[in-house]
Design a protein around this ligand. Structure first.
Ligand SMILES: CC(=O)SCCNC(=O)CCNC(=O)[C@H](O)C(C)(C)COP(=O)(O)OP(=O)(O)OC[C@H]1O[C@@H](n2cnc3c(N)ncnc32)[C@H](O)[C@@H]1OP(=O)(O)O
Length: 422
């Protein structure tokens, strides 16, 4: 438990203190806004989940909020506190304010029955110390125009429509396809409130950075049914060598291989453009398999979701497993001691839909594997390997063969990713 400096205290932040809350984050993140932008961009905060630290003068020195998400995990989903808007005023840093807020966030999340918390980290170095593990990467690519794709049957039967994004008119199409396209993918958090759906499609002029307004390319079956979309903007670049515009894809999803092929074929051959830039793609994205020359795409991987296991038995029993396993995990958790100690994870005798459920109980039996709760968070979505962590010295094998068995069970055939930053 963190001790705040004398005179500081953790407080709930009601909506009446919205301006003060926003000021702390603007000072912390080094951004500003205008009344014009504020009029377009809705605030997504839930005011029953906003917390801050007040200094001795009664002013807010640090703040955070959280979203009540349903986090897709291997084979199912669990309630999850999505930590967000974390900031401390630059003149209040390194006094333990974030540490105190994290303790409060963990306690409040557990009280609400959320066995895990997830976040996007502004900087990689911040959250590991609190037991968050980097649980997913996303792929960012720059693809040259006219990069060829392998054929996919049915792609040529689909049509593409191109329009200026209408935040109201396209909202349902985007939400329906986003949900359906990500079904079964761990980490694929959906935008479950009206305000989150709205926020995803706003396009204030101040955010365009010289690019055009957001456009949307939609893929349709012969009967007109939408099968995929890409929200994008192009940015002009007239050079002596001719036009070299870029296509910046904000989000692209498709329901099947044919729609994926049709969508990306369209994006990769827009007139006047030289390249397509896309991010937030899963690391197993179909494009990597469809490109005739994947060497040409300049890929980069960036950490995506971080996961904190707050309640070990509930969280571990709350996901499913890719192989049967019976393993004793000895977990270290300096911040939440109720998680520390030995837990036996035993999967069901038979799989359902190709995956195993698990029972998780305290045990006095000897440990097969020793690890910190941070590593447990990292493997929770099935996208990191316990075997790789063991090779890095982060997981200790106490019983020969335990790593191999547990790594197979904790892995998952679909790579985790969240397609939008919260
Ligand atoms: C989920 C999200 O919202 S991510 C957004 C996070 N916010 C930002 O990046 C905005 C800019 N930064 C800030 O507002 C602040 O620096 C914060 C919120 C990141 C940290 O707040 P602080 O109150 O300074 O953190 P606190 O004093 O509790 O630090 C705890 C420990 O983390 C370390 N730490 C904190 N921030 C960082 C950082 N950015 N990089 C490396 N170490 C850090 C501290 O050095 C301290 O280490 P110690 O325990 O070894 O002494």
């Amino acid at each position: 438990m963190t001790h705040l400096p004398a005179g500081y205290r953790v407080v709930e932040v009601p909506e009446a203190r919205q301006d003060e809350f926003l000021l702390v984050d603007r000072l912390a993140f080094a951004f500003d806004s205008t009344p014009e932008t504020d009029a377009i961009v809705p605030l997504t905060l839930s005011w029953d989940r906003t917390v801050g630290v007040e200094g001795p003068d009664g002013a807010l020195a640090a703040v955070h909020g959280s979203f009540p998400f349903t986090l897709p995990v291997p084979g199912t989903s669990v309630p999850c506190a999505g930590l967000t808007w974390v900031g401390a005023r630059p003149d209040q840093r390194r006094r333990g304010l974030l540490s105190a807020m994290i303790d409060t966030h963990f306690r409040r999340s557990l009280d609400r029955g959320e066995p895990v918390s997830a976040l996007f980290a502004a900087e990689h170095a911040i959250y590991g110390r609190f037991g968050y593990g980097s649980a997913a990467d996303d792929l960012r690519v720059t693809i040259p125009r006219r990069a060829a794709l392998r054929d996919v049957p049915g792609s040529a039967d689909l049509t593409v429509r191109f329009a200026t994004l209408d935040a109201h008119g396209h909202r349902d199409l985007v939400d329906d396809l986003h949900r359906a396209a990500g079904a079964g993918r761990p980490g694929w958090i959906t935008r479950d409130t009206e305000v989150l759906r709205r926020r995803q499609l706003v396009d204030p002029p101040a955010w365009r950075d010289g690019g055009e307004p957001l456009r949307i390319a939609t893929v349709h079956a012969a009967d007109g049914t939408p099968r995929g979309y890409a929200v994008l903007r192009r940015k002009e670049a007239w050079t002596e060598g001719g036009p070299k515009h870029t296509v910046q894809v904000r989000e692209a999803v498709a329901l099947d291989a044919a729609a994926t092929h049709r969508l990306w074929s369209f994006l990769l051959d827009l007139d006047l453009t030289a390249s397509v830039e896309a991010g937030m793609l899963p690391v197993d994205h179909e494009l990597l398999h469809l490109l005739v020359d994947p060497r040409g795409i300049v890929p980069k991987m960036v950490d995506n979701l971080w996961v904190r296991v707050l309640d070990v038995p509930t969280a571990l029993a709350g996901r499913r497993y890719a192989a049967p396993v019976d393993v004793v995990l000895e977990v270290r958790d300096a911040r939440l001691p109720a998680n520390a100690g030995r837990w036996r994870l035993t999967t069901s005798s038979t799989p359902t839909d190709g995956a195993w459920d698990a029972r998780v109980e305290r045990t006095q039996d000897a440990a097969d594997l020793e690890l910190d709760v941070r590593e447990l968070g990292a493997v929770y979505l099935g996208g990191r390997s316990l075997a790789a962590q063991a090779r890095a010295g982060l997981v200790v094998e106490r019983h020969a063969g335990a790593v191999q068995g547990a790594a197979s069970a904790f892995g998952w055939p679909v790579a985790p990713v969240c397609s939008w930053v919260f």
